[in-house]
Design a protein around this ligand. Structure first.
Ligand code: PEP
Length: 246
């Protein structure tokens, strides 16, 4: 039985004042659903101190443990600040910072070594989808971004179609089901049934209170990675509640 996960990605948004919203989320974080918030790294320690009922994560880490990498953070630094998870390979990092699958894999190893759970993101562009390449692209990203050694404790996979992130566009339930079932099968082939069946698969891309229940009804959707709608408790709480009820 996989524990459901509602993960919020604040991206480059938020302030100390915004952390008050975590109190309301903590009330919703009861039952079978784990709630994770990934604020900007500068807020991780304050978020951790404020709210024990919610897991706190980072949005990226370096692949090295230390060294001459101005502006970067190691996985251990995130952990020491109070993070238990880190998002890796988000399409915005792949686009803004040229992150390759190989780099995402190296970061994933670094996260594991620091004791963090890596949320490894994969997803096709609209051009990929229109060209009928969705599963090929996602299969390649998974194969090369996920190093050997994945378990349900150290890894979560997030399917995030690039064209659905921040756009208000959402794939149909059938399209989400197709990709999630493909991801599960790819994990089974690589890791064996027992490990693969325990790894959580999140959907991400314009999840809102209005569409959450339908998305969470799709087979093999174990939760969501939520951007814009995770920024306020008013929006994120009903998504958590929908996941609790799914
Ligand atoms: C994301 O950035 O991971 C995301 C899914 O964003 P949004 O929910 O705003 O589409």
């Amino acid at each position: 039985m996989r524990r459901k996960l509602a993960a919020g990605n604040w991206k480059m948004n938020g302030s100390p004042a915004a952390l008050t919203d975590l109190d309301a989320l903590a009330d919703a974080a009861t039952g079978d659903t784990e709630v994770l918030v990934c604020p900007p790294a500068t807020l991780i320690a304050q978020a951790r101190a404020r709210c024990g009922a919610i897991a706190i994560g980072g949005q990226d880490c370096h692949s090295a443990t230390s060294g001459a990498h101005t502006g970067d953070l190691s996985a251990a630094m995130l952990r020491d600040a109070g993070a238990t998870h880190v998002i890796l390979g988000h399409s915005e990092r792949r686009a803004d910072h040229g992150e390759t699958d190989a780099l995402v894999a190296a970061k994933t190893v670094a996260a594991w070594d620091a004791g963090l759970t890596a949320i490894v993101c994969v997803g096709e562009t609209l051009d990929d989808r229109d060209a009928g390449k969705t599963l090929d692209v996602i299969g390649a990203q998974l194969a090369h971004s996920l190093p050997d050694g994945a378990t349900d404790a150290n890894t979560v996979i997030a399917y995030e179609p690039v064209w659905a992130i921040g756009t208000g566009k959402v794939p149909t339930s059938a399209q989400i089901a197709e990709v999630h079932s493909f991801l599960r099968a790819a994990l089974v082939q690589r890791l064996g049934n027992e490990t693969a069946s325990a790894i959580r698969l999140l959907y991400g891309g314009s999840v809102k209170p209005t569409n959450a229940a339908e998305i969470f009804g799709v087979t093999d959707v174990d939760g969501a990675l939520v951007g814009g709608a995770s920024l306020t408790a008013d929006d994120f709480t009903p998504i958590i509640t929908a996941l609790n009820m799914a």
